[in-house]
Write a protein that binds this ligand. Structure first.
Ligand code: NAD
Length: 233
C-alpha cells in the first residue's frame, strides 16, 4: 500500500501564481472588509457587491496558472497516495492535475441555490442578480462564508485521520474550523509546515512539526524530489 500524504493548502500556495492571499497588511481582502464580501450579513446587505467581488475572482482565474508547487504535488501523486485538502476557492490544484482535491471553503467555478444548498452547478461566467436555479431561486457563489457550516469538514477529518504524513502549505492557520483539522491527524506522525511566515496555532503546537520557512514554489519541488528519492533508496 502506498504511503498516504495529506496536504493542507491555503492561499499562500497560489500567491506565486498571482492570486493575493487573504488578509493584506491592511486587514482587507482585495480591498474589502472580509465581512462585507464573505459573510451571510454581507450578502443580505449588498448582493450586487458580493456578486461583483466573486465575479472578479472568477475572471482572475483566466489570467493565472498553476505554479511549481501545484505541479510538484501532481508529480508526488504519481508515487504516493496524495490527498489535498484546500481552503482555496481557486482551481489551480485541479488545473495542475492534482488528483483527490477536497475544497473545504467551496469553489469559484461553482454556484448554488440560496434556497436549496444541495443544488450546486458549474458556473464559468459572471453571476448576476436574477440568475436563478431551475426552481426559481437566486443563485449565489458556492463559497463557505464566515459563520456558515463547513459541509466538507467531516470528510476532511476522515481523510487526515489516516495520514502517514501531513504537509501544511501557505496558510496562516487562523481560519477555523479549517485550522483545527490538524488535531485529527494521528498523534505521532511528522507534520511539515511550509510558509515564509509560519504561525503555530494551539493545535499545531502539540504536533511533531518540521517548519520550513520559505515560498511554496521553491520549497515544495525540493520536498517532493526528496520524497521520491527516499522511495527509491
Ligand atoms: P491567509 O491569507 O490567512 O494566509 C496566507 C499564508 O500564506 C500566510 O501564512 C503567508 O505567510 C503564506 N504565504 C504567502 N506567500 C506564500 C508563498 N509564496 N508560499 C507559501 N506561503 C505563502 O490564507 P488562509 O490561511 O488560506 O486563509 C484564507 C481564507 O481566504 C481561506 O479560507 C480561503 O478560502 C480564502 N482565500 C482563498 C484564496 C484562493 O483560493 N487562492 C485566496 C485568498 C483567500
Amino acid at each position: 500500500m502506498k504511503t498516504k500524504i495529506v496536504i493542507l493548502t491555503g492561499a499562500g500556495i497560489s500567491a506565486e501564481s498571482g492570486i493575493q492571499t487573504f488578509r493584506g497588511a491592511d486587514g482587507l481582502w482585495e480591498g474589502h472588509d472580509v465581512m462585507e464580501v464573505a459573510s451571510p450579513a454581507g450578502w443580505q446587505a449588498n448582493q450586487e457587491l458580493v456578486l461583483k467581488f466573486y465575479n472578479d475572482r472568477r475572471r482572475q482565474l483566466l489570467d493565472v496558472k498553476p505554479n511549481k508547487a501545484h505541479l510538484a504535488i501532481t508529480e508526488l501523486s504519481n508515487h504516493y497516495d496524495v490527498n489535498v485538502i484546500t481552503q482555496n476557492v481557486d482551481d489551480l490544484h485541479e488545473r495542475a492535475g492534482n488528483p483527490n482535491v477536497l475544497h473545504l471553503h467551496g469553489e469559484l467555478r461553482k454556484v448554488r441555490s440560496v434556497y436549496d444548498p444541495s443544488h450546486i452547478q458549474h458556473w464559468e461566467t459572471d453571476l448576476n442578480q436574477g440568475d436563478l436555479c431551475p426552481y426559481g431561486h437566486q443563485l449565489r457563489p458556492h463559497i463557505v462564508w464566515f459563520g456558515e457550516a463547513v459541509p466538507m469538514l467531516d470528510r476532511a477529518i476522515d481523510i487526515i485521520s489516516t495520514a502517514d504524513f501531513v504537509w501544511i502549505i501557505g496558510t496562516s492557520m487562523k481560519v477555523y474550523p479549517a485550522a483545527s483539522l490538524i488535531a485529527y491527524a494521528p498523534p505521532k506522525i511528522e507534520v511539515s509546515y511550509i510558509d515564509p511566515f509560519p504561525q503555530i496555532n494551539a493545535e499545531l503546537a502539540v504536533k511533531n512539526v518540521n517548519v520550513i520557512r520559505g515560498n511554496a514554489a521553491t520549497e515544495i519541488p525540493i520536498l517532493v524530489e526528496n520524497c521520491i528519492k527516499n522511495l527509491n533508496n
